[in-house]
Design a protein around this ligand. Structure first.
Ligand code: ZN
Length: 383
């Protein structure tokens, strides 16, 4: 899976190919379950051996399986980086792995390659472990030891096939999106369709899981049910994000920005700003300037709400403002969608818009963008 939704609460495992890799706490549970099932059920039912041998073999198999998962995610990350998309981190968790990408592919071809390399890597591992199994069998190695590569190629095959199901956010859903995008040239529409298929698939998994659990008294039915729910939620979030982008499609930064924001001295107190200056302006943000008129920062007005009213009198607006060094820079004629990505990467910081002479032309805050999306939504629904 390659997606940008955050999976939190992870423990840092190390750095591979320059990308931080973390493990979510849920992996410990799955790791334990996989090892236990192999050692206590799968191996003893098929091979002779001691209890210790089952457990050691199971542990080795489980480690190699999680290594396979990691290889799948690292391959997504490496190809994404090759296409100029930064990779924040890789996290292994309950349902496999997530490579957190900053931004999205700029072409359908890149989108396809970033998605396809994951299942491709898993299929390569299928071949590798199957070859090891064949080699061992030809060399006369049978029994418990041979069971490891045999189990591993089957698990990697399962991983590849499951991820190829054309339902976002699975890799297959990304491949579907890339295909639709290449055909229509409309990324947003392609994302929405792939996400809807993902939502439908998620619901099917939930229903099948519950039916297994209730009808057949099968505890393992809960697994597809949880997985389905996760896919449903992730797909819905993707569809929402795509609709936001649609609301901004075709718009330039100058269409959403607060043009010519008032410039207020950084030494002004918040109380003074609220009572003396703001009654005169209709704005979402003010430009905060130093004694020489130099732009020091931006103060989105919703930041004032985070401040207790009692401290309004002795807080300088310069201390509350977002420093200019932390604000993404934009040009008036730039598409809003591109700026949104940079604002998100900067933790939602407002952007300064500079004209051709590098003079302040406007400010873009999250509130500006939200209002534009709402207005466009109303317009679209009236059509
Ligand atoms: Zn994947």
């Amino acid at each position: 899976m390659a997606q940008d939704g955050p999976v939190r609460q992870s423990v840092r495992l190390g750095t591979y190919a320059g990308i931080p890799v973390g493990v979510h706490w849920s992996v410990a549970v799955i790791f334990g379950l996989v090892t236990w099932e192999l050692a206590d059920i799968v191996f003893p039912s098929a091979y002779g051996g001691t209890r210790a041998a089952y457990w050691v073999t199971a542990l080795v198999a489980a480690v190699l399986f999680f290594g396979s998962l990691l290889a799948h995610e690292v391959s997504h990350a490496v190809v994404a980086r090759h296409h100029g998309i930064a990779v924040r981190s890789i996290t292994l968790w309950l349902f496999g792995g997530v490579a957190q990408l900053e931004g999205e592919a700029h072409t359908a071809g890149a989108d396809f390659r970033i998605a396809a390399v994951g299942p491709g890597t898993s299929l390569l591992l299928v071949g590798a472990f199957a070859a090891v199994e064949a080699f061992m069998s030809a060399a006369g190695v049978h029994g418990l030891v041979g069971a490891v590569p045999s189990w591993l190629w089957k698990m990697n095959l399962l991983l590849a096939v499951f991820n190829l199901i054309p339902a976002a956010p699975l890799d297959g859903g990304r491949i579907l999106r890339a295909g639709l995008w290449a055909r229509s040239g409309d990324r947003t529409r392609a994302t929405v369709i792939a996400a809807r298929v993902g939502r439908g698939f998620g619901i099917v998994l939930v229903v099948v899981g519950i039916a297994l659990f209730v009808g057949y008294d099968d505890v393992y039915g809960l697994w597809p049910a949880f997985l389905g729910w996760f896919l449903f939620v992730a797909a819905r979030a993707e569809e929402g994000a795509a609709m936001v982008r649609r609301g901004l499609q075709g718009l330039r930064v100058r269409d959403v920005m607060t043009a010519q924001p008032p410039a207020i001295a950084s030494s002004t107190s918040v109380a003074e700003l609220v009572h003396r200056h703001l009654p005169w302006y209709r704005t979402d943000a003010v430009a905060v300037v130093g004694p020489t008129g130099w732009l020091e920062g931006i103060l989105p007005l919703d930041r004032i709400r985070t401040l207790p009213p009692l401290s309004h009198a002795d807080t300088r607006i310069g201390d509350l403002a977002v420093p200019i060094s932390a604000a993404p820079v934009a040009r008036p004629e730039e598409p809003v969608e591109d700026l949104m990505e940079r604002m998100a990467a900067a933790g939602g910081a407002p952007a300064v818009v500079l004209d051709a002479n590098n003079r302040l032309a406007g400010i873009v805050t999250a509130a500006n963008v939200d209002r534009t999306i709402q207005v466009n939504g109303v317009r679209a629904s009236r059509r």
